[in-house]
Ligand binder design. Structure first.
Ligand code: 1HN
Length: 341
């Protein structure tokens, strides 16, 4: 067909909500992921004044969630840090309550600064301390209360872009600002915290019932691990947070891990299909993502979009948290990793 004929044909098709695949795919490289996200680094020291300023201009109750959203510039305004995940830094000041609600997105928290705040998940509360990893499963009531005297901040990561993609977003507000506490402190650790489980079978694919993973236990496990083995050439000493009912990732969609990078660690290049959000809780280092170099310090967040070659060095040693949508990708049989030469 001549150019004019083709153009006319495509126009007629377009009017019928029909497209021509050979046109849509022209020049598109489908041999590898498009990898359109951008690598980004947020220095906590740079954001801290903004977080505190937010604390001065809006209350947690008015804001509902007082969060500075970490946006990937590739998708500005879409509240996405990777293709499928949302991330933000939340502040709850002393005496404040972030009101109770539940939603179909799964949330996880990684505590950055301050102590004395509790999160309550389906009637059980857990104290939040720096380095703690906390899960808010799908459709569980949750509110956050700061009963201490310090500002408390944490990194929130949610699967909101993914759940939105599936058109499966639901939310409900609780009648009360904070829910009643119906379970004694330590209810879940008593049932699941000793690598044992009650005789009730699985939990139907929900997120881990152990919703708080304390930093001290995580840190101690990594220290013991590092004493007895050589560091992995890419990951250092890395442990994933698991759901004790099935041994899988801590949430159905998001997989989180903590790694210890020993002093002088120089990681090899790596890439995988999951876009990763990293947060250093102790120590510092440097990551080289494709050809961009980012220096990271304690509490900094950086994002490595899917299928981006990267490596991590730590001259002084570091503890580095990470989270991605690997759990969802593995369920769908899509996850791939590569150790480029
Ligand atoms: C949410 O429920 C929280 O509960 C934080 O702390 C951030 C971002 C989008 C949707 C729900 C929270 C959120 C959120």
């Amino acid at each position: 067909m001549s150019g004019d004929k083709q153009a006319d044909f495509h126009k007629r098709l377009g009017a019928k909500n029909v497209g021509a695949l050979w046109v849509a795919r022209r020049g598109v490289d489908l041999t590898k992921p498009a990898a359109t996200g951008q690598p980004v680094h947020w220095a906590y020291e740079d954001l801290r004044p903004d977080i505190l300023e937010a604390g001065a201009i809006v209350t947690a109750e008015d804001a509902f969630r007082r969060v500075l959203v970490l946006e990937n510039p590739a998708w500005h305004g879409e509240m996405r840090v990777t293709n499928s995940l949302y991330a933000g830094i939340q502040l709850v000041r002393p005496g404040e309550t972030a009101p109770c609600h539940r939603h179909s997105q799964t949330a996880l928290r990684f505590v950055l600064e301050g102590s004395g705040a509790y999160t309550t998940v389906d009637g059980e509360r857990a104290l939040l301390s720096p380095g703690d990893f906390v899960v808010t499963p799908y459709w569980s009531w949750h509110d956050h209360i700061n009963e201490g005297i310090e500002d408390v901040t944490w990194l929130d990561v949610l699967d909101t872009p993914m759940v939105g993609f599936f058109d499966a977003v639901f939310r409900e507000f609780h009648n009360d600002v904070s829910q009643s506490i119906t379970k004694p402190d330590g209810y879940s650790p008593a049932r699941y915290g000793a690598n044992m489980a009650p005789d009730t079978g699985g939990n139907g694919g929900r997120a881990s019932p152990v919703f708080r993973y304390g930093f001290e236990e995580t840190r101690a496990a990594l220290m013991r691990l590092a004493e007895g083995q050589d560091a992995h050439p890419v990951h250092g000493h890395k442990l994933h947070y698991i759901n004790p009912t099935d041994g899988g990732a801590a949430t159905p969609t998001m997989d989180a891990a903590m790694r210890l990078l020993p002093k002088g660690f120089k990681g090899n290049d790596y890439r995988a299909t999951d876009g990763l959000v990293y947060c250093a809780i102790e120590g510092a280092g440097r990551t080289i993502i494709e050809d961009q170099v980012f220096e990271f310090a304690e509490r900094d967040v950086f994002v490595v979009p899917g299928w981006h070659r990267h490596r991590i060095d730590s001259p002084g040693g570091a503890l580095l948290f990470s989270v991605s949508d690997r759990a969802a990708q593995q369920k769908l049989g899509l996850w791939r990793e590569e150790f480029p030469a």
